[in-house]
Design a protein around this ligand. Structure first.
Ligand code: NAD
Length: 491
């Protein structure tokens, strides 16, 4: 094992007595702090300001004040600032990647290769889209001269979870900002580091003070006051269905438009004619990516009974090859779970699943690591009835539940029976058949011969228990941050 040395900017950032909130272009400390724990070691690596309702109010006031100037700025100037910000993210890739990996426990090569650069691309994508968008749309109406003007809403609020803090920060605010809104972001209190570091780059990019405001803290103390704030014009929440429903209810009471990106319990349908090696690699990769803490990952594997044994052997071999270790080791493919809470949660599900009758295919064990600290577990697989808790509920760990099937149509019905609807995949060499089956799965996303497929221009969102409001990453996302205003004059 060889760990990369921490970047000097990372050491300096973490050493602060308190990493403050970034509001109105200034850093604000709080009376109390929250410890940030490196899940690889279980040790505290930093303290962040714990925001309160007064911090939220300050952020909302700053965003509201900055809105008229940002909204009135020529689109090309606004886009140029966002592209400059994207450029600075790329220039600071190593610092941001290290902060993200230390915080979440994700392998440094993943942060360097995906989370940070893909996040930067998001700002470029929406900046380009804003330059090409039409803001005045003429209407053909008898005896009325009319058109629609597309205008930004005002202050947009964002609440984020802990699993992909940096990427989600980009997926959420980038379209809102490109459309001329200002934003207030409540980062997860579990993994706030890279998001808060962005305050420095926002300043350096020359984005006007108050356009982007970032803080963190406990959900009820500083998430709820954001959703309830009278200056809020648009809300976006990413996290669990439980808290998502609460945010949706608050927004409903205040009549504030709300996007919800929630949890999932995705399925993979491995047909009789699938390329079994490719499916095994793809699905082992899906449950080990980010240690299985991925909302859209495949955690229910429907495998045709005629190929079940071969597929299971291939998957087991893939899982055994996964290099588990420190997030700061370049050879690591899977790091620890994000926190002790998450470690206990996964273990608890495993015990309950077995107590309810699930059979172990690959057991959950704790790997030996250098100091035997941190929240490490090995990938594991279960099988059994579909009324088992591990089949029904989102576990958020490196695990899947295998279910054999005989008839594809019957498997589709069973997959669709759960109320989640985020992402599923179909594995088959017959692409017409695969496309037909993919269309029958009820979810925001159906992938073919792959799982976890992301690109800008490819809409990503959930239905039913997995989300509401149209999702992210597409032109529709950009337009969802513009309200329509009809201007009409009878002739
Ligand atoms: P969570 O719902 O517990 O917390 C999400 C955020 O909400 C955190 O910032 C938290 O502080 C805040 N929060 C908690 N209570 C609140 C309250 N009463 N009022 C306002 N805010 C409150 O979720 P989590 O455990 O951080 O993340 C895991 C969940 O996120 C999983 O269900 C996962 O599937 C989901 N997720 C979904 C997507 C997607 O794109 N659909 C992406 C990533 C994660």
């Amino acid at each position: 094992m060889s760990l990369i040395p921490p970047h000097s900017l990372v050491t300096e950032f973490l050493a602060q007595e308190q990493i403050a909130s970034f509001i109105g272009g200034t850093w604000y400390s709080s009376k109390s702090t929250i410890p940030v724990i490196d899940p690889t070691s279980g040790e505290v690596v930093a303290s962040v300001a714990s925001a309160e309702a007064s911090t939220v109010d300050q952020a909302m006031q700053a965003a509201d004040k900055a809105f008229p100037e940002w909204a009135a700025m020529p689109v090309s100037d606004r886009a140029a600032l966002l592209k400059r910000f994207a450029g600075l993210i790329r220039e600071n890739l190593e610092t941001l990647a290290q902060l993200e990996s230390i915080d979440v426990g994700k392998p440094i090569e993943n942060s360097r290769g995906f989370d940070i650069p893909f996040g930067a691309d998001c700002f470029d994508y929406f900046a380009n889209l804003s330059n090409e968008a039409e803001y005045t749309v003429p209407l053909e109406v008898n005896d009325i001269d009319a058109h629609v003007q597309r205008k930004p809403y005002g202050v947009c609020g964002f609440i984020f979870p802990w699993n992909f803090p940096f990427t989600l920060f980009c997926w959420g605010p980038a379209p809102a900002l490109a459309a001329g809104n200002t934003v207030v972001v409540k980062a997860s209190e579990v993994t706030p580091l890279a998001t808060l570091y962005l305050g420095h780059l926002i300043k350096e990019a020359g984005i006007p003070d108050g356009v982007i405001n970032i803080y963190t803290g406990e959900g009820r103390a500083c998430g709820q006051p954001l959703a309830e704030h009278s200056l809020l014009k648009h809300m976006s929440f990413t996290g669990s269905p439980q808290i998502g429903k609460l945010i949706g209810k608050i927004c409903g009471e205040h009549l504030v438009p709300c996007k919800l990106e929630l949890g999932g319990k995705g399925a993979a349908l491995v047909t009789q004619d699938a390329d079994l090696q490719a499916a095994a690699e793809g699905l082992a990769g899906a449950i080990t990516l980010n240690t299985g803490q991925v909302c859209c990952t495949a955690t229910r594997w429907f495998v045709h009974s005629s190929v079940l044994d071969t597929f299971t052997q291939l998957v087991r071999a893939e899982l055994e090859k996964t290099a588990i270790g420190s997030s700061m080791d370049e050879k690591t493919q899977m790091g620890p779970l994000v926190s002790e809470t998450q470690y206990d949660r996964v273990n608890d599900y495993y015990k309950k699943g077995i107590a309810e009758g699930a059979k172990v295919v690959v057991p959950l064990t704790t790997p030996t690591t250098t100091n035997n600290a941190g929240y490490f577990i090995k990938p594991h697989l279960l099988t059994g009835d579909e009324d088992n808790i591990c089949y029904r509920e989102e576990i958020f760990g490196p695990t899947a539940y295998i279910v054999p099937f005989e008839e594809e149509e019957n498997a589709i019905d069973r997959i669709n029976r759960l109320s989640y609807g985020l992402a599923n995949s179909v594995w088959s060499k017959d692409l017409d058949r695969a496309t037909d089956l993919a269309g029958k799965l009820i979810a925001g996303n159906s992938w073919i011969n792959a799982h976890n497929v992301f690109a800008y221009g490819l809409p990503y969102g959930g239905v039913n228990l997995s989300g509401l409001g149209g999702g992210v990453n597409s032109p529709e996302t950009f337009y969802s941050y513009l309200r329509n205003q009809t201007i009409a004059r009878p002739l």
